[in-house]
Structure formats: structure tokens, C-alpha cells
Design a protein around this ligand. Structure first.
Ligand code: ADP
Ligand code: MG
Length: 321
């Protein structure tokens, strides 16, 4: 297949039709209609073969995750997703791989009604770049820089399982058979918390999605907001799967493991009842894990009330080892 056949076969027809796409794939650029009164929210994430996923990962899962991590960024902004573009480089056209990739990609696109409106396709090492676009009513998007002293810190869902899934694949961990599938699912098929992000507009004071581990990502909120926090380890929401290996792995996967794609946000303590009601209606867990304090820095405490220092910080692509 040549470049144009690839575009025609896999990208020109995609499942989502939106009336705000004036002109989609096929011209030099797309024409998109941003509704009046809304701000355009734009984010991009790059997935590199053998860095972000091993090249033997199921293509369907790669398609899902490439879009899911981008949707997760919009969730953290409290934005409604609308469109995306796809930049794809690959060494050769493997039709079976492309079919699987598109299946995973389009199934998720269909669920959130995000339309693929353009992209670029070249030969090169396997690399996937998605740019996602969405909207939020002007002035309402959630930010990292607006947490306030006295706010509680919350985490959605459960954290740490994706990092354990990765360690399972790397062969370094004995995990009971019954829990393997759920850990691998958390690694390969993260669920973007779009609905939660939308409902947190006007409720949360700040928000970030967890891609590099709670300690590092909460650290970004603290730094951007110019404040500090205390975090209580025993309040971190862990799954039964995690609990089954906790004696071996301790707190590190929940604190410093990446790929959770849950939301970490802050909200005034007085809004807790409203917050819990909202999360109950979504069928999603939401746990208070700490408090924002005036003193800069992140202070972590264990069950005994003793200060805890994480063994490793979050993932940094350019860190020297
Ligand atoms: P140009 O030469 O103007 O850059 P291309 O030949 O690269 O155009 O692409 C033709 C059309 O196909 C454009 O509308 C482009 O957005 C779309 N396209 C190319 N690659 C992809 C892709 N991977 N996913 C979605 N759309 C794509
Ligand atoms: Mg081009």
C-alpha cells in the first residue's frame, strides 16, 4: 500500500460524524467550527514504540491508548472532546496491525464522539502523535495553578495497577493469576475520566491527570499553585489486585508508578458532600488523600504518622541515570 491508499483505506472513513466539522480529511487542512462562547482546548501526546509501549503490544490496545491518553488531558481540563488529528510514522504498512489499531482507536472515538479530522502519514520508526481538541465555556476550564490552602486533595478510581501491570510484563513480579488480567487492562486500556472532568468544572479548584505517578503529578499542581501539601499513604485508593501484592511492592506503584490516567484534583472541604454525591452518580470512586498547606513542598506520611520518602520520582524521559 502506498501513502494515499493507507489514508483512503484506514483514515478517510471514520465512524464519527459531527456537524461542527465543516471540512474533514481530504483537503490541505480541516475547517472546524468552535461554538460561540467556548474556548478551544488543545493538547497533544506522543507515543513512541519501545518507549511507551512494547512493539508486541496488541495493536487494538495501542489504538485505544493513543487516544485515551489524549482524552485524559482534556478530562483534566474539564473540556468536552470534539476532534483529533493523527500523525503516524511506521517502518512499513502492516495491514493486520493497522486494522487492529483502527479498531481500538475508532471504538473509543465513537464512545466519546470525537471525529478524526486530519493527520500525516510517513515512513519511520513506529510513532503515534495525536492532537486532541475540545471546548469549555470561556473561563471555566480546570487548571493546575489554582489550588488553595485548606483544599482537600482527591484522586479518582484506584491507582498503582498500571505500574504493576508493567512490572508483570517485565517479569519482575509474582501476581496471583486472578489479578493479572485486571492489572494488564489498567496498563493497556486506561479509561479517560471525561465525565468526571466535566462535572468538576465549578467544583474543583485545580486538576491534573495522573500519567507520571501521583507524587510527581501532584507536585506539578503544588508548584504551579505556589503552595504545598500533606499526603496520607493509607488513604491512597488501591485495588484488591494491588492489595494482594502490597507486602512485596509497598507504596511505590501508587506514588511513583505511571500510566494511571485517573484525575487528581483539589476542592474546598465544604464541597465534599456535593462531590461524593456527584461521584456516586458516575459510579466512580473518589478518595480524599491529603490537604493543601501553605508551606511549599510535598510531605508524605505513613500509617504510623511517620514521614515517608518515595524511592523514585515520577518518569522523566530526559533524566540521566
Ligand atoms: P498534504 O500533502 O497536504 O500534507 P496529505 O497527502 O499528507 O496532505 O494528506 C491528505 C489528507 O489526508 C489530509 O486531509 C490529511 O489531513 C489526511 N491524513 C493524512 N494522514 C492522516 C492520518 N494518519 N490520519 C488522518 N488523516 C490523515
Ligand atoms: Mg501531509
Amino acid at each position: 500500500m502506498n501513502e494515499f491508499e493507507v489514508i483512503r483505506e484506514f483514515f478517510a472513513r471514520q465512524p464519527v460524524v459531527r456537524s461542527d466539522v465543516v471540512l474533514g480529511i481530504g483537503d490541505d487542512a480541516a475547517l472546524l467550527n468552535v461554538p460561540a462562547g467556548q474556548e478551544l482546548v488543545v493538547s497533544t501526546d506522543l507515543l513512541v514504540g519501545d518507549v511507551h509501549f512494547s512493539e508486541d503490544t496488541d495493536a487494538d490496545a495501542v489504538g485505544h491508548k493513543a487516544l485515551a491518553v489524549n482524552l485524559s488531558d482534556l478530562a483534566a481540563m474539564g473540556a468536552t472532546p470534539a476532534w483529533f488529528t493523527l500523525n503516524l510514522s511506521m517502518p512499513s504498512v502492516e495491514v493486520k496491525w493497522m486494522e487492529g489499531f483502527c479498531r481500538g482507536l475508532y471504538a473509543l472515538a465513537d464512545r466519546y464522539q470525537v471525529a478524526l479530522v486530519g493527520g500525516d502519514t510517513t515512513r519511520g520508526p513506529l510513532t503515534l502523535g495525536i492532537q486532541i481538541m475540545g471546548f469549555a465555556p470561556a473561563g471555566t476550564a480546570l487548571r493546575r495553578s489554582t489550588a488553595r490552602v485548606g483544599d482537600r486533595i482527591y484522586v479518582t478510581g484506584q491507582i498503582g495497577d498500571a505500574a504493576l501491570g508493567l512490572r508483570l510484563l517485565q517479569g519482575g513480579l509474582q501476581i496471583p493469576e486472578a489479578f493479572r488480567a485486571s492489572m494488564l487492562a489498567r496498563l493497556h486500556r486506561p479509561e479517560p475520566r471525561i465525565d468526571a472532568g466535566l462535572k468538576l468544572r465549578g467544583l474543583a479548584t485545580s486538576c491534573i491527570d495522573l500519567s507520571d505517578g501521583l507524587a510527581a503529578d501532584l507536585g506539578h499542581i503544588l508548584e504551579a499553585s505556589g503552595i504545598g501539601a500533606r499526603l496520607d499513604l493509607e488513604r491512597l485508593p488501591r485495588s484488591p489486585a494491588y492489595a494482594s501484592v502490597f507486602d512485596v511492592v509497598g507504596w511505590e506503584p501508587a506514588l511513583a508508578g505511571g500510566d494511571d490516567y485517573e484525575l487528581c484534583f483539589t476542592a474546598p472541604a465544604a464541597r465534599e458532600p456535593e462531590l461524593q454525591k456527584m461521584f456516586a452518580s458516575l459510579g466512580l470512586a473518589c478518595s480524599a488523600v491529603g490537604e493543601i498547606e501553605a508551606q511549599p513542598g510535598l510531605r508524605i506520611f505513613d500509617q504510623a504518622g511517620k514521614r515517608y520518602t518515595p524511592a523514585k520520582a515520577g518518569y522523566d524521559h530526559f533524566r540521566r541515570v
